[in-house]
Design a protein around this ligand. Structure first.
Ligand SMILES: Nc1ncnc2c1ncn2[C@@H]1O[C@H](COP(=O)(O)OP(=O)(O)O)[C@@H](O)[C@H]1O
Ligand SMILES: [Mg+2]
Length: 470
């Protein structure tokens, strides 16, 4: 209880000091005028926001110092004004104004201002960063964009058609797909087509060649790492390929080469649908569809314990076996036609044609490199021809040279067929070396110890050339 004036006075001072301390520390600018429009008080934040120092303004009539101020009007009409935008030079702020009323009388007015300059700067920075981010995202998306669809898969063989049918079904699901096949049989092509036909088509398709990344880097490439997790770790850490593929598809090529310890980690990702960065303790949920491919015999690897059986069964849900080209030779002419067509289209060149001898040689070859090798051979031939026609001598030498011509093409067949096939290949390869014009045919006949007429007969009989070509 206050007992005398002295104590009361001390108490009033204490309260004023206390109120002033509050005004000094709040994060809004405060300016007070009295009923004569004389500025009585400003706090430090007012100076921060408006750039006006206290001693420039205190004791002066507000309208003399700040001609655009609206606070004098509040004094006059006694009305509250909220959110009035003000800009003085570089400084931008928003002001709330209110009359100060004591005993029903307006004895002054207060304005509270909030600075916008900083907010605008932050907003601009945010906008810039957002733009940068979406640009980066566009770059990532364009890097990880699948190019091929089912329309790009060419072939009419029963085996290929069946694989396309299964792959289209796979695209409708979200199940893991395992694609097996020799190099160049179209494993990546199929993987892209499945992704493009799936609900994930708009999201990234991220190919990873497990055989091409050194074992020591593979884990951090796949899952990323956190800052400071090892000596040369980048500042800010690294995003892994799984995270880049989020909501999309990751294509794990050469999965047979995945190191054994990583196989366990991959299995965990498949089961838990979470990843953990190298050096991190936290798990992060991810949503990635897995398509794996291998040219190795995974069964064999499992038996030899190079590949984990549990992972094998996890991946082995939908399996595609892409047959080698030599087992579906009926696809060769259509593949060639489509290759010639697209080469002509992309070079704005009239369409190329292939002589029947050239086609026959291409069809008798074994294609250990499958469609990739066929495409290379066609590209080579297009490069070698000056016109639109491709003849035997335009084909790459490797297609006949170095081939063991007398080896039966496919073992365990009727002798007649084997002899016929061998004869056919021998003739074509010799023609390939000497040329298929009349002079070349003469040399070929001589080299093979037959007359030119016999050679023509054989070419006809073996269906290499038609009668009208003679
Ligand atoms: N059925 C096909 N139709 C058209 N092009 C094909 C076909 N199969 C493969 N290719 C082409 O052959 C090349 C090799 O295919 P790719 O998918 O990379 O083979 P893999 O991954 O099995 O080694 C690519 O240029 C691909 O577009
Ligand atoms: Mg491949």
């Amino acid at each position: 209880m206050m007992s005398n004036w002295g104590e009361l006075e001390r108490d009033v001072y204490a309260q004023v000091e206390w109120l002033l301390a509050i005004l000094q520390s709040i994060h809004d600018g405060v300016l007070v005028i009295d009923d004569q429009e004389i500025v009585r008080l400003v706090n430090p934040e007012y100076t921060n926001i408006t750039g006006v120092e206290a001693d420039e303004i205190i004791g002066k009539r507000l309208r003399d110092v700040r001609p655009n101020a609206q606070l004098p009007e509040t004094l006059r009409d006694g009305r509250v004004r909220v959110g009035v935008y003000r800009k003085e030079g570089e400084k931008e702020y928003v002001v709330d104004m209110a009359p100060i009323i004591v005993n029903h009388r307006v004895i002054g007015a207060v304005s509270i201002c909030k600075g916008l300059t900083e907010v605008h700067k932050l907003a601009r920075e945010l906008k810039r960063n957002k733009e940068k981010l979406s640009e980066l995202k566009r770059t990532v998306d364009s890097i990880y964009q699948a190019k091929y669809t089912f329309q790009h898969i060419v072939g009419r063989s029963r085996q290929l058609t069946e694989m396309i049918r299964i792959a289209k079904r796979a695209a409708e699901s979200d199940l893991p797909v395992l694609i097996m096949g020799e190099s160049g049989t179209g494993k990546e092509l199929f993987a892209q087509a499945i992704h493009q036909a799936s609900a994930r088509a708009e999201r990234p398709f991220v190919p990873v060649n497990c055989a091409a990344i050194p074992d020591s880097l593979l884990e951090s490439e796949l899952f990323g790492y956190v800052e400071g997790s090892f000596t040369h770790a980048k500042k800010g850490g690294k995003i892994g390929l799984f995270e880049l593929a989020d909501k999309g598809t990751i294509f794990l090529d050469e999965i047979g080469d995945l190191p054994y310890d990583l196989q366990a980690k991959l299995l965990r990702v498949l089961q838990e649908k979470t990843i953990r960065k190298v050096g991190d303790t936290r798990e992060k949920a991810i949503d990635v569809r897995i398509i794996a491919a291998t040219n190795k015999d995974l069964h064999q690897l499992v038996m030899k314990q190079y590949f984990r059986e549990d992972l094998f069964y996890r991946l082995h849900v939908i399996t595609l076996h892409l047959p080698p080209l030599r087992e579906r030779k009926e696809d060769i002419p259509v593949l060639i036609e489509s290759m010639l067509q697209s080469a002509a289209t992309s070079a704005q060149h009239p369409v190329y044609s292939l002589s029947s001898e050239a086609l026959a040689l291409l069809q008798s070859y074994d294609w250990p490199g499958n469609i990739r090798e066929l495409k290379n051979a066609i590209d080579y031939a297009i490069c070698m021809t000056d016109k639109t026609e491709i003849h035997l001598h335009h084909l790459p030498p490797s297609i006949s040279k170095g081939q063991a011509v007398c080896q039966p093409p496919v073992p365990a067949q009727p002798l007649k067929k084997v002899l016929e096939e061998t004869e056919r290949r021998l003739i074509l390869e010799t023609l390939h070396q000497f040329g298929s014009d009349v002079e070349g045919k003469r040399k070929t006949a001589k080299a093979l110890g037959m007359s030119l007429a016999t050679l023509y007969n054989k070419l006809k009989k073996l269906g290499i050339i038609q009668t009208e070509q003679l």
